[in-house]
Design a protein around this ligand. Structure first.
Ligand code: ZN
Length: 174
């Protein structure tokens, strides 16, 4: 396993459109295992290839309760339903979190490592992760979806004593 180097804002690759994969290269399985390893090392629930310096259209997602990561080649959101406000963070924007607008439910389509079509119906954290990672591959970051200018905040400095139970919050950097 190789840990890949994380790219952070303002690295221009984070604003670039990933290239669609037409034929799954032989090294893809190893590469996505390295992506998963890197995501684990960074305590993330998702990682898109441009966050580790590749413009291939591939992302990995692993929710906390999952035993294995989901590899998504050429992922696309094909349907969005409803709207909600959620807190979000990104491994490429360390030290910050923000309140963003996301869909309540999404349908996504991608290919797996064998080139087989995967269709996913999701809500909750998985829907959020699917939107976050497909956005990455289109050069979009969560800070583009902030509900207002002051809904981006620094974390880990001054805990708000007014807000109970902040230490129980599940961090879900992607
Ligand atoms: Zn991210």
């Amino acid at each position: 396993m190789t840990l890949l180097t994380m790219r952070h804002v303002p690295d221009p690759i984070l604003r670039q459109q990933a290239r669609r994969i037409t034929q799954i290269p032989a090294g893809m399985s190893k590469y996505t295992r390295d992506m998963v390893e890197t995501m684990h090392a960074e305590h993330g629930v998702g990682l898109a290839a441009n966050q580790v310096g590749s413009r291939q259209k591939v992302a990995v997602i692993q929710l906390p309760e999952w035993e294995e990561a989901l590899v998504l080649i050429n992922p696309e959101i094909i349907r969005r339903e409803g709207e909600r406000e959620v807190e979000e963070g990104c491994l490429s924007i360390p030290g910050y979190r923000g309140m963003v607008k996301r869909s309540q439910r999404v349908r996504a389509r991608a290919l797996d490592l064998n080139g087989k079509v995967i269709r996913i119906k999701a809500e909750g954290l998985l829907a959020q992760a699917l939107e976050h990672e497909t956005d990455h591959l289109n050069g979009i970051l969560y800070i583009d979806h902030l509900i207002s200018r002051d809904s981006l905040y620094r974390i880990g400095y001054e805990p708000d004593p007014e807000e109970p139970g902040t230490d129980e919050k599940v961090e879900s950097e992607q």
